[in-house]
Design a protein around this ligand. Structure first.
Ligand SMILES: Nc1ncnc2c1ncn2[C@@H]1O[C@H](COP(=O)(O)OP(=O)(O)O)[C@@H](O)[C@H]1O
Ligand SMILES: [Mg+2]
Length: 360
């Protein structure tokens, strides 16, 4: 696409299709560098009784991986519902969300009288509310009950033989241990009951055991898919792929710097590239290479956008009643690797200003 020949609407539509820092990808051609992890999910989809847990840090691409895997392996699986957890979500609420989403999208066919009849066994009724709205009442008393419930609303499709997938996102948000235990036990029970539904849990963690506990035999039926930040070649490719769609060709140096700043997080590549493209459009850009002025001001805007989100994390990490952790955090960030021995942090101690100056 050429910026000067496009209307604003055309440009924004094109931008939204290729650049989405905060919205997951579900188009296989857009997911870069995750072949191994896609393969692990495919294995899990093809194994009876297996569920998956995709874990890694925020912005590394967990949700994108799972949605893309469902699209890519659509001959094996079919997405039934994706739900997100909150701090105090109970298992009843999450099951209700799953039910509501699968019903609203027409996946659970309430016109099918046999399903309707069976649902009354689970206390699921649609009642007419005061203003003519509908309300479901769902009372699930045990893990066995929940397993039967999911088997009822998501029966096996005998024609396609696909398995249903339920994505439970932001699992790390849950503070309610009862909900965590319920879902890990439910996954196991569904494997035992041969229910045709797979859970894919996603959560921010640096260690999976912190999230689901080291509950014995968990790993027999929940397969862990660990997402590391992408390597440099891949973050570079994400930027190249997007720029190509807009006929823009930044210099090698500019591309490397974008990839370096993103440090393996595709979220940041999308953020920076998006700012550069918007600035190109605003300035009626008509060349292929990008001048230092557009490049620098776009990076600054992307950094400001990211800083709002990171500011709170920074404060949580440093302000534990005192400011003395600021130095520790900056010293830990002083280098490529964030995993460091305390000893090496102490010996390489730098002040925040020293570190910032080195990186600008
Ligand atoms: N492998 C990838 N290739 C290209 N872009 C990606 C990839 N993984 C994620 N992204 C982009 O990065 C952003 C963050 O990904 P997301 O799946 O939301 O991360 P997470 O769920 O781990 O927080 C998404 O909006 C998506 O556009
Ligand atoms: Mg996510």
């Amino acid at each position: 696409m050429r910026f000067v020949d496009s209307s604003r609407k055309e440009f924004i539509d094109h931008l939204k299709h290729f650049v989405h820092p905060s919205e997951e990808i579900s188009i296989p051609a857009q997911l870069v560098g995750r072949e191994d992890e896609l393969g692990k999910l495919r294995d899990c989809f093809e194994t009876n009784g297996a569920h998956a847990f995709v874990w890694g840090l925020r912005g590394v691409g967990k949700t994108s991986l799972v949605h893309t895997a469902c699209a890519k392996y659509s001959d094996t699986v079919k997405l039934a519902a994706a739900v997100g957890c909150q701090k105090r979500s109970t298992y009843q609420e999450l099951l209700k969300d799953i039910y509501r989403r699968a019903t609203n999208s027409g996946i659970v066919n309430l016109n099918d009288s046999s399903i309707k009849g069976k649902l009354s066994l689970f206390g699921v009724m649609t009642l007419e509310g005061e203003k003519g709205g509908f309300r479901e009442q769902l009372q699930i008393d045990s893990v066995n009950h929940a397993s039967d419930f999911l088997n009822t609303i998501l029966p096996k499709d005998l024609y396609t033989d696909q398995e249903w997938v339920i994505i439970v996102n932001e699992f790390d948000q849950l503070e309610n241990q009862e909900t965590i235990n319920f879902f890990t036990s439910l996954a196991k029970q569904m494997s035992v009951d041969k229910v045709n539904v797979k859970f894919v849990f996603c959560g921010v963690a640096s260690n999976l055991n912190d999230l689901i506990g080291s509950h014995e035999s968990v790993d027999r039926y929940i397969k862990a898919v660990d997402l590391e930040p992408l390597n440099h070649t891949y973050t570079l490719r994400i930027a190249e792929n997007i720029f190509q769609e807009f006929d823009v060709e930044p210099s090698r140096g500019q591309m490397f710097r974008i990839s370096q700043i993103a440090s393996g997080y595709p979220h940041f590549v999308h953020l920076i590239v998006g700012e550069i493209l918007k600035e190109c459009y605003e300035t009626s850009f008509h060349m292929r290479s990008i001048g230092a002025d557009i490049y620098k001001s776009s990076i600054k805007r992307a950094a400001r956008g990211a800083a709002t989100r990171l500011q709170k994390e920074y404060e949580n990490a440093t302000r534990k009643g005192t400011d003395r952790y600021i130095e520790v955090l900056w010293a830990a960030a002083d280098g490529q690797l964030l995993v460091k021995q305390f000893k090496s942090i102490r010996s390489g101690w730098s002040s925040p200003t020293e570190v910032v100056l080195r990186y600008v």
